[in-house]
Design a protein around this ligand. Structure first.
Ligand SMILES: NC(=O)c1ccc[n+]([C@@H]2O[C@H](COP(=O)([O-])OP(=O)(O)OC[C@H]3O[C@@H](n4cnc5c(N)ncnc54)[C@H](O)[C@@H]3O)[C@@H](O)[C@H]2O)c1
Length: 286
């Protein structure tokens, strides 16, 4: 089994930064790469601030904080992945971007480096379709916020090797996650089950049956969900959530039960994307 000593993460947005935090907190030297220097700087500041809050809350020690900071290498040079045994891609949910990243990674990384994607809904088989050795590509799907949510989906593309799946299961356990193995089907498990949660909430709101606030309150109060469908879209990013719904819908060749709602598209067009833009279905001051 491939020993993962050093890991890499492509993209330092919401998920990339969360995955990096998780890895360094669990003692893995990690390279964090983004094409945008500002995104790298923002992610590093955010990770350090979150780790410092964990020290204040006495969840980690000052020594653990110092070590975690030392384990993080941030860069805008993709060649920094050359000595990683695992690279996890967390770039935007666009097939063209992901395919191009995987083609670059296979040129830079060693032949046995595992190339994983955090895609929410794109096909692993399609992402790895143009690379020379698709056996080393798999999905490693974390949930938001990555340092906290226990589940990780390990997704097998049509050509993913059983050894790669085994290594990822083992790695997920080592970073204190609960892995579940899934086939490469649209939305895998969680995002497929979750589509009606968002879509029906949007329909109920748009039909003026109940307001955004009421629906979230009911789902939390009566349904015992940690977050309502609107609060959760704001956390995930409404654009990301919309892209996932479109992709699951397309993956099922337009099955009507997965049809995206135009109101969500309007929110994306308006630029109100949730917490990251300080406004979505709810407002956020800071
Ligand atoms: N947001 C969520 O809740 C969530 C949950 C699970 C999985 N995902 C998946 O994780 C992935 C990332 O989502 P996110 O919410 O972190 O997105 P995001 O928009 O917050 O971050 C994407 C980052 O990728 C960078 N980027 C763009 N092109 C790049 C390239 N060619 N190389 C390297 N970096 C590049 C951007 O600068 C940005 O910092 C997507 O595939 C998404 O579907 C998201």
């Amino acid at each position: 089994m491939n020993q993962i000593k050093k890991a890499g993460v492509v993209g330092s947005g919401t998920m990339g930064a969360g995955i990096v935090q998780l890895l360094i907190q669990n003692g893995h030297p990690t390279v964090m790469f983004d094409i945008n220097q500002e995104a790298v700087d923002r992610a590093r500041t955010g990770i350090e601030a979150r780790l410092e809050r964990l020290v204040e809350k006495q969840k980690i020690s000052v020594n653990e904080l110092t070590l975690a900071k030392e384990l993080l290498e941030s860069t805008t040079d993709i060649n920094a992945f050359k000595d990683c045994q695992l690279v996890i891609e967390a770039a935007p949910e666009k097939i063209g971007i992901k395919r191009s990243i995987f083609q670059q990674l296979e040129e830079i990384c060693a032949e046995d480096t595992i190339l994983a994607t955090n895609t929410s809904s794109l096909s692993i088989t399609e992402i790895s379709g143009q690379i020379k050795k698709p056996t080393r590509v798999a999905g490693l799907h974390f949930f938001n916020p990555a340092p906290i949510m226990p589940l990780v989906e390990v997704i097998q593309g049509l050509k993913t090797s059983p050894e790669v799946t085994e290594t990822l299961i083992d790695f997920a356990k080592k970073i204190n996650k609960n892995p579940v193995v899934c086939k490469d089907t649209p939305g895998f498990i969680v995002n497929r089950v979750a589509r009606p949660f968002y879509n029906e909430a949007l329909r109920i709101m748009n039909d003026q049956v109940a307001s955004v606030e009421q629906i979230d309150r009911i789902m939390k109060g009566a349904g015992n969900f940690k977050m309502g469908p609107f609060e959760l879209q704001d956390l995930i990013g409404i654009d990301i959530n919309f892209a996932t719904t479109k992709s699951v819908h397309a993956g099922f060749h337009g099955e009507d039960r997965f049809r995206p709602h135009y109101y969500q598209e309007r929110m994306v067009q308006s630029g109100s994307l949730g917490r990251k833009t300080k406004g979505g279905f709810f407002s956020y001051d800071e």
